[in-house]
Design a binder for this molecule. Structure first.
Ligand code: ATR
Length: 270
């Protein structure tokens, strides 16, 4: 049987086994996809055990995406640019690292939200690992420009200069954001986890599509965007399912349908 997994810490909350179960059903494939809790200091050993048990591929979630990048023998261009890996394929006992997060987000915009990124002005808030993973795939869609704003300004300046080779991206501090509407606002901070909203002017979300990379419920950012005349507001569930579909196709060379799975998760209220 084809054996896959997601490795993280914590990992109990992951709905990836359910998503991959639905994908494999579509193709009549029998695969196993388990959640593996790795000790914080034992990621490499956990991976070794999984390979020894005849595993063929796995996803990586927090906090191991950078370690997964460093452990990979070869990297796809997206994984290289992101400096992080969320999907590994095991081929002839070697690890090939991919990052499907950014293209998962792009596919959610284009396939599910009917929002093209080409020629658009996009404000990304946050300059951590999540932002690093999505910058190249978004820039590959030829937006007008990306405004990259972060509470700690130095981090957004540094990240912007690193990604300038892929397209137009400018770094700012949060306090420098103008109250002028943009087309798309992406919250890539971890503020929602603590029930907070990044401190940005209301005017910037007016008429914009506002997207929170978090999923599962209306985040404080989504609520705030709705109250401030955003055109459309979305959580990151579509991105989660789309990145899973790209991982599935990376391993098995089959492109599963995502819409029915997104609907199923929403209906279950996970
Ligand atoms: P991740 O891998 O999820 O991106 P991270 O690398 O720890 O996590 O980055 C978290 C991001 O959220 C950072 O950009 C952080 O801003 P700082 O660089 O200034 O720390 C941002 N962040 C977290 N809480 C925030 C808040 N309450 N307001 C604004 N930004 C916040």
């Amino acid at each position: 049987m084809n054996k896959y997994a997601v490795i993280g810490n914590p990992v109990h909350h992951s709905i990836s086994p359910m998503i991959h179960g639905q994908f494999s059903k579509e193709f009549g494939l029998e695969i196993s996809y388990e959640k593996i809790l790795s000790p914080i200091n034992g990621f490499q050993d956990t991976v070794k055990k999984f390979i020894d048990s005849n595993g063929q591929g796995f996803n990586i979630t927090l906090p191991f995406k950078i370690q997964a990048h460093n452990l990979s023998k070869s990297l796809t261009p997206n994984a290289k640019a992101a400096g992080a890996v969320n999907a590994i394929k095991i081929k002839d006992n070697t690890l090939i690292g991919e990052n499907t997060d950014g293209n998962g987000l792009v596919n959610d915009f284009t396939n599910n939200l009917n929002q093209s990124l080409k020629g658009k002005e996009i404000l990304i808030i946050g300059a951590g690992g999540a932002t690093q993973g999505i910058l190249k795939p978004i820039l590959d869609c030829n937006p007008e420009k990306i405004l990259l704003a972060n509470r700690t300004k130095e981090k957004s300046l540094k990240l912007a200069s690193k990604f300038l080779k892929y397209g137009k991206v400018c770094g700012f501090g949060l306090d420098q954001i103008k109250a002028k509407p943009v087309d798309i606002v992406i919250n890539a901070t971890s503020a929602s986890i603590d029930g907070n909203i990044p401190n940005i002017p209301n005017g910037v979300v007016e008429g914009a599509l506002c997207y929170d990379l978090m999923y599962g419920r209306e985040t404080p950012f989504m609520k705030w965007a709705n109250e401030n005349s955003a055109r459309k507001v979305s959580d990151g569930l579509g991105m989660l399912v789309e990145q899973a579909a790209l991982s599935f196709s990376f391993w098995l060379e089959k492109n599963p349908q995502t819409k029915p799975v997104i609907e199923l998760v929403r209906a279950k209220g996970d």
